[in-house]
Each structure stands twice: as structure tokens, then as C-alpha cells.
Write a protein that binds this ligand. Structure first.
Ligand SMILES: NC(=O)c1ccc[n+]([C@@H]2O[C@H](COP(=O)([O-])OP(=O)(O)OC[C@H]3O[C@@H](n4cnc5c(N)ncnc54)[C@H](O)[C@@H]3O)[C@@H](O)[C@H]2O)c1
Length: 367
């Protein structure tokens, strides 16, 4: 079978992070690159040895004879560029979040439904080894009924706001949970359900940008999520507070077990499971790797490891390629992408109304 030919838009930025995973996959290849940054595009193309280069996205879609695209451009372009590709019957792997408004969300879902192409959102934090392991343990039922979880994306990026200026508008220029998927995505996979309602509040404004303007986004955004079965998920997204790097935090509580991610400074992910521990005490999550981790994580190939992040980057692309080849739903298809994206969009309305509970739509019901 011939290789799946990928075009990558945003190739001089985030899009480049997909090259090694695509190139390491014998069933895929990077066929064409697109970026508005002419010099960055030429340098990237020379580095990866790709001759088809485009400054215009639609021209790439129409002329490059592609099977699939990676959308690695700034947030407001994800939905429009994904829709353009889906309308041409191309497969789409989009960076996070899936879209930046509820109207866009509806348009994207409609386009994905109507298309012969497969849509997958590249929520790469669901491909982190501890998160994959917790998911496997959760699926085996060992946490019992899961009713509380926490997710945190705590990544000071005031400096990056000045380099990638779209961030100053779309991440820190709007109040509410503007970048929810890294913290919420893994937790939703563990709990196996959807957020039905959100309530969002913030910690106030303690920082200004280099022009002296207050960031519209409050420093620490707290988004409470009520799940369909009545569980509670607490999300903290903070992209402004002065602090050392320690980007992620997760916890999970069920009737028969609990999990806490590593907090840094030599800490390690830890778990307690009533069915597996004689005492009520923590044990390292890693103790359960041999039994629960999927084979491809336990014994990664050389190609996997070369692609980065312990093989996660490779497996993310492999899942997408497999779903295209086999015609099976990808792990983060259009509705899972919406489950991870929509709570953040509704949170922006909640915080604007002083922190009220608001319903989060279920895209499965959209017609
Ligand atoms: N999943 C992750 O861990 C992760 C990490 C970083 C960034 N991201 C996401 O990736 C996206 C890009 O982030 P970034 O940090 O690379 O931003 P960036 O600004 O550094 O790069 C974006 C690239 O897109 C190009 N571009 C902009 N508009 C374009 C257009 N119309 N056509 C073609 N190219 C265009 C720019 O020239 C630039 O090279 C964002 O949505 C961000 O949220 C995800």
C-alpha cells in the first residue's frame, strides 16, 4: 500500500514537531510544507528535504496531491484550515484546541461529518507515558467509580506572548480557560465521560505586558467541570504567574483508588488501589507498568524512540495513520476533540457572567 502523503501547515513553527514521527512511520511521508514565513519555510524544507513548498495553504491543498494535513498554525486558524481540508476529502490532524468559538465548533463538526476524510485532534498530553498508564488502569476498573479529578496547565509564557503574538490575543487576551485541552484531555479519557456544565472564576490580574496593558486573562483560571454522571473535575490554567517551570498536574479519585502525578523535585507519580495494595499507602505508578501499559509503550521500537517523548509522538501519528488505513475512529475524533475544547469556550461565558454554572453542549446531538 502506498504511503499516506502529509502536508504540514505552520511548518516553520509547531508543525515541524510532527516531522520525525511522520518520517519514522513507514506508512507515511512528509510530501509538502506550507508557511507564511518564507525564510522559515525554505530553511525547514531544506532541513527535511521536502521540495514542495507553499506560501498559500489552499494552493497546497489543491496542487500537492496530498492524503492528509497537519494543522500546526496559530489557534484561530485551526478550524478554518481543518474545514478547507475536510471539504476536499483530506484527512486532518489538528493542533489544539480544535477551534476558538462555538460557531466555529459547529462548522467544524458539520465539515467532519460531511467529509470522507478523518479528523483527529493532536492532544499530545494524552500520549504521555503516565497518562497512558493511568488510562489503562482506569479502563480495567481498578479506580472503582471515578468522581473527582484535577488537571493543571501551569506554564508561564509572558515572554512567548511577545514572540508568537497570536498568544497575546487568543490565550492571554481573553478571560476564561482559553487553553484547556492539555489539562482536561487526559482526565476525560480516564473518567470516560463528558463535561456537562462548567463554572469559571479567576484569581485577578497581577501582571502587565511590556506595553503596560493588563492581561485580559486572569492569572490563575479555575474551571470547575461537572461531568454527566455528576463527577467533579477541577482545572487550573495559568499562563501568567511568575514561577519556575512545572507545566502539568493531574490527580484522580475513585471509590477504590486514587492517583497523583509527580510534582517535580524528584517526586514520582503515585497510586493507591484498594485491590492491589495491602496497606492504605502510596506506591509508585511505575510498579504497574509491566501489567497495564500497552505493548507498544512497554517495548518501543527504535523508530518510536527517535520520534521523541518516549515514543508518544510516534504513537499519536500512528493512531491517526491506522484509523485512516483501517477506516476506524481515531482516539480523539471530532466529538472527543469537542469534549476537550467546548468546556473552555463555555468557561469564557461563565467568567464573564461572574462565575455561573453553564451547560456545555454535546456535539453528538448537533445536526
Ligand atoms: N500540543 C502542544 O504541546 C503544543 C505546543 C506548542 C504549540 N502548540 C499549538 O500549535 C500552534 C502553533 O503554535 P506555535 O507556538 O508553533 O506558533 P508559531 O507562531 O511559532 O508558529 C505558527 C506558524 O504558523 C505560520 N502561519 C501563521 N499563519 C499561517 C497561514 N495562514 N498559513 C500558513 N502558515 C501560517 C507562522 O508563520 C508560524 O511559522 C498553536 O495552536 C499552539 O496552541 C501546541
Amino acid at each position: 500500500m502506498s504511503q499516506i502523503k502529509f502536508g504540514v501547515v505552520g511548518a516553520a513553527g509547531r508543525g515541524a514537531s510532527f516531522f520525525s514521527a511522520i518520517s519514522a512511520n513507514p506508512e507515511a511521508c512528509v510530501e509538502a510544507l506550507c508557511d507564511l514565513n518564507e525564510q522559515g519555510l525554505a530553511e525547514t524544507a531544506a532541513r527535511v528535504g521536502v521540495t514542495k513548498q507553499y506560501l498559500d495553504y489552499e494552493q497546497m491543498l489543491d496542487d500537492a496531491a496530498l492524503d492528509a494535513v497537519i494543522v500546526g498554525t496559530p489557534m484561530p486558524l485551526h478550524a478554518p484550515q481543518a474545514i478547507m481540508a475536510l471539504q476536499r476529502g483530506l484527512h486532518v490532524m489538528s493542533e489544539v484546541p480544535a477551534c476558538v468559538s462555538l460557531d466555529e465548533a459547529r462548522d467544524l463538526v458539520a465539515a467532519a461529518r460531511a467529509s470522507s476524510g478523518t479528523y483527529m485532534m493532536a492532544e499530545n498530553f494524552t500520549y504521555m507515558r503516565p497518562n497512558v498508564l493511568v488510562k489503562a488502569i482506569a479502563r480495567a476498573g481498578l479506580f472503582g467509580e471515578m468522581y473527582f479529578a484535577e488537571g493543571g496547565y501551569i506554564h508561564e509564557l509572558k515572554g512567548l506572548n511577545e514572540i508568537t503574538k497570536w498568544r497575546r490575543k487568543w490565550q492571554t487576551g481573553i478571560n476564561g480557560c482559553t487553553y484547556p485541552t492539555h489539562s482536561l484531555g487526559p482526565v476525560l479519557q480516564w473518567m470516560g465521560e463528558r463535561v456537562a456544565q462548567v463554572l469559571c472564576v479567576g484569581s485577578g490580574h497581577h501582571y502587565r505586558d511590556p506595553r503596560g496593558d493588563e492581561y485580559e486573562n486572569e492569572d490563575s483560571i479555575s474551571m470547575s467541570c461537572r461531568t454527566e454522571r455528576g463527577g467533579l473535575i477541577q482545572i487550573r490554567v495559568d499562563m501568567l504567574s511568575n514561577r519556575p517551570h512545572n507545566m502539568t498536574w493531574y490527580s484522580l479519585q475513585g471509590t477504590k483508588g486514587c492517583y497523583e502525578a509527580a510534582r517535580g523535585m524528584g517526586d514520582q507519580p503515585k497510586i493507591w488501589l484498594a485491590d492491589r495494595c495491602e496497606q492504605v499507602e502510596w506506591r509508585p505508578l511505575e510498579d504497574l507498568a509491566e501489567e497495564f501499559l500497552p505493548e507498544e509503550w512497554l517495548h518501543p521500537t527504535e523508530a518510536q524512540l527517535q520520534a521523541g517523548h518516549g515514543g508518544g509522538d510516534y504513537l499519536e501519528v500512528q493512531d491517526f495513520v491506522r484509523s485512516i488505513r483501517e477506516g476506524t475512529p481515531p482516539p480523539i475524533g471530532i466529538h472527543q476533540a469537542m469534549d476537550m475544547t467546548l468546556p473552555g469556550l463555555v468557561s469564557q461565558q461563565s467568567i464573564a457572567q461572574g462565575g455561573v454554572w453553564l451547560d456545555v453542549p454535546d456535539s453528538r446531538g448537533w445536526r
